[in-house]
Every structure is written in C-alpha cells, then in structure tokens.
Design a protein around this ligand. Structure first.
Ligand code: PLP
Length: 374
C-alpha cells in the first residue's frame, strides 16, 4: 500500500463541489490545539462569517462538527420533543429524512406531500397548519437537491410564525447559491452543509437558531436525547468571552477550510455569488436546449445550482455518467428515489459554477449522448 492519490475529477454532481486550492491550502496548515487562544480567535471569526452567509444576527450560529445530516438531526432533536406534532413538507428525498427524524423522536409528523420535481404547495402547507392547532414546527427543504427545486422559504417561514410554529429549514444546497435571508424571513432553525455552494470539503454543518428557537430549547420538558448534538452543550463550547467549556475536540483543520471558504464568499459578496450561479445556470440551459435536452423542473422553481436533466428515450443514464467520469473526468449525479434512472443531476455549485465547467460538461454530454453541441 502507498499514499492515496485521488484522481483529478471535475465535480459537477449534487455535492461535494470543487474545492479551491486556497481552501485546500488552508486545511493543510499546521494543526494547533483546539483550546489555543489563536484557534478560539479563528472560531469567533468563523461565527461572524457564517452570520454573513446566513444573513442573520443570531447569536447561536455555529458549524456542527459533522455533515449536513447531523445539522438536520440537531434541528429536530433540540426543538422537538416526544408527543409534539410537526408539519413536514416533502417534495423529494430529503423531506422523507425529516419525517424519519420526527418519528424517531417520538413526535407525530403531519405530512404535506408534493410530487418530486414540484415546489411545496403553500396552500396545502397552510391548510395543514390550520387543521392542526398547536403544531410545534413546520419543516421543509429550501433547495431540494434530489430534484433541483426551490420552494418559497419566505412564505413558509411566515406561515409557521402566523400559526405559532417554529420553522425548520434545510438549506444544505441553498446556502451561498441562492438568497437565504434568515432574519428577514424570521426562520427559526436553519442547517446547511460545507460541501455544496460553500465549496469546502464535506463534514461540517453550519446551523443558525433564532432567539425564539433558543427559548424553545431552554423551555424543554425533557432533556435533548442526543448528547453530542445537544445545542445547550455545544453553545458552551462555541461561546465567546473566555468561558469556553470543552465539549468535543473540534475538527481543527476542517474549520480552517470552512473559514477560508467563507472568506472567499465574503470577498466575492453574496449578491455577486448568487448572480454567478444564475449566469452559469442560464449558460448550461442554453447549451442543453441546443442539444434538445430538457430540464425536469418548471422555470419558475428551478435551482441554478442543481440542474435536473431528463434522460432522453433510448439513452442509458448510467452509461453516460460512466463515460463522463472515465473519458472526461467529470462527475455528475444520478436521480434519487423515484427519479433514479430518469434524470441526471448537474451541480453548478460554489467554485464549480463557472463558464469553463459549463462548457466542459456540455461538450462531454454531446459526445456521450450522440447529440450536437451548439
Ligand atoms: N439535505 C439536503 C437537501 C441535502 O442535499 C443533503 C445532502 O446532499 C443533506 C440534507 C444531507 O447532507 P450530508 O450528506 O452532508 O449529510
């Protein structure tokens, strides 16, 4: 055996997205102690950078030391207790995971289901809140990575507030790619992932909790069932002012990487990053149109960072993906759940959202599907 040498692959799937050499260099810097005052200074900056990305002043804004699924679990286990009712909107694979979290807590999910490829139906969500007074939370996925659909997070958060419920927002694929206005929307718990539009490696889950969510956490009837994800303990570790209490050993170098990725985002500016994602999505769409390839999602709810392309009749979904990887060193994603075999998922996320990537994948797709590029 010898050291692992990964191949050079252009990551244009549903995540992870390409990681810039600036972020990789940051991760390769010397490991220092996680209670070293210099490291603690970096943690303080990291919280501020995350507040910028989430567009919030929430004090409780930290990266959880585990991937997006742990952010999801943290939101549910901290805010939901056995016996609570939760409206869970499902229009793809990740809404089903939210349901699973609710069930495992011993709470009752009230499902609002929409077809894969469509946004959450706002009227159905409102009807579920009206029909179930006392619901503890409304949970939904802002950017459904399994289908490439954006749902109206502003309206869903407002509906939750109107009905006295907390909002739990999955922003794993939206953070840094499309507008996410935590404070303006009054969102209560948002979780994301490091490996999508932030373009850091996977393994960290930025989360932000509103004051209302922190109050709900403080007034729980029962202890949080997960010790590791109990935010009252995690807060003790991440709080400033020299009172930091050991909770777990932070993934030190990964946090250097997230810090660098967020610096890059701040240097570019959120609006410029959103415009870039949109520009490259439109370039991709134009090229797909020219080849006669269709997108699954209607124009008004398409995510620029995740493009679900319908596999045409007579073309093998798997064969094309395999050739893209083997012959062109480009990774794209397959469909999940009921869309398996029916779509390809082309991610243009973070550092992967640029004209060169779009042109490379279009050229390669033309060869692999036997179609003419524009
Ligand atoms: N939620 C959504 C919308 C996702 O796309 C993903 C991952 O792709 C997750 C949750 C889970 O994140 P992770 O794979 O980092 O655990």
């Amino acid at each position: 055996m010898s050291s692992f040498q990964p191949p050079d692959v252009l990551l244009l799937g549903p995540g992870p997205s390409p990681v810039s050499s600036r972020v990789l260099d940051a991760i390769a810097r010397p490991t220092i102690g996680h209670l070293d005052p210099r490291f603690i200074g970096m943690m303080e900056e990291l919280k501020e950078l995350l507040r910028y990305a989430f567009q919030t002043r929430n004090a409780l804004t930290v990266p959880i030391s585990a991937p997006g699924s742990a952010g999801m679990e943290a939101a549910f286990v901290n805010l939901i207790e056995p016996g609570d009712k939760v409206v869970v909107c499902q229009n793809g694979v990740f809404g089903a995971r939210m349901r699973e979290n609710v069930v495992r807590i011993g709470a009752t999910p009230i499902m609002v289901s929409d077809p894969f490829g469509k946004p959450i139906d706002l009227e159905k969500a409102e009807a579920a809140l009206k029909a179930n007074p006392g619901v503890k939370a409304l949970a939904f996925v802002h950017a459904e990575t399994s289908t490439g659909v954006e749902s109206d997070a502003a309206v869903l958060c407002a509906l939750a507030r109107e009905h006295g419920a907390l909002s739990i927002v999955d922003a794993v694929t939206s953070l840094g790619g499309i507008p996410l206005l935590a404070d303006e929307w009054g969102a209560d718990a948002i979780y994301s992932g490091s490996q999508k539009c932030l373009s850091a490696p996977p393994g960290l889950s930025p989360v932000t909790f509103s004051e209302r969510a922190v109050e709900a956490l403080k007034s729980r009837r029962t202890p949080v069932q997960s010790w590791f994800l109990d935010l009252s303990l995690i807060m003790g570790y991440w709080q400033g002012g020299g009172a930091r209490a050991y909770h777990h050993t932070a993934p030190i170098n990964m946090l250097y990487g997230l810090h660098e990725a967020l610096l890059i985002l701040r240097e570019e500016g959120l609006d410029a990053a959103f415009a870039r994602h949109r520009h490259n999505h439109l370039r991709l769409r134009k090229g797909l149109d020219a080849m006669g390839l269709e997108l699954l999602v209607a124009e008004e709810s398409r995510l620029p960072q995740l493009n679900a392309v319908v596999v045409p009749e007579g073309v093998s979904e798997m064969e094309v993906r395999k050739r893209l990887l083997d012959e062109f060193s480009i990774e794209i994603g397959a469909g999940l759940g009921e869309l398996a075999g029916k779509i390809w998922r082309i991610g243009l996320m973070g550092a992967g959202s640029n004209e060169r990537s779009v042109d490379r994948v279009l050229e390669a797709l033309a060869v692999c599907t036997g179609r003419k590029a524009a």
